[in-house]
Design a binder for this molecule. Structure first.
Ligand SMILES: [Cu+2]
Length: 124
């Protein structure tokens, strides 16, 4: 199987403010529509995901089954540690490295009931 992750990447051009995730530096934006964008992301084990607040409202990236309002909003593969970014304000970023393959579902603590839920597939 050919893995795109091993191919040379096109150089970013323009002003450098890449809005879409790229393979080496996956970014999830958090916006004032109470969305993680993209809502689902697939990465490879060992990659680091950056969450960036592109809006004015305060958000978090949180995956903790012990504190989620609904258990299906905070799902981790076995062996993966829960996380909580704390508050990420306008213009701020936070990142986390993912080493445990599997399916993750996470939420924004202030907006869980507003439907701000994201998911992540970490491939081995
Ligand atoms: Cu939020």
């Amino acid at each position: 199987m050919v893995s795109l992750g091993t191919l040379p990447l096109l150089q970013a051009c323009g002003d450098g403010s890449a809005r879409e995730s790229d393979v080496n530096n996956p970014v999830v934006e958090m916006n004032d529509q109470l969305q993680f964008a993209p809502g689902h992301l697939t990465i490879r084990a060992g990659q680091t995901v950056t969450w960036r607040n592109a809006g004015a409202m305060v958000h978090t990236s949180t995956c903790n089954p012990a504190t989620a309002q609904r258990p299906e909003h905070a799902v981790l593969p076995e062996g993966a540690a829960p996380w909580d970014s704390g508050l990420i304000r306008q213009g701020e970023s936070w990142n986390r490295r993912f080493d445990v393959p599997g399916e993750y579902t996470y939420l924004c603590t202030p907006h869980e009931s507003g439907g701000m839920i994201g998911s992540l597939t970490v491939e081995a």
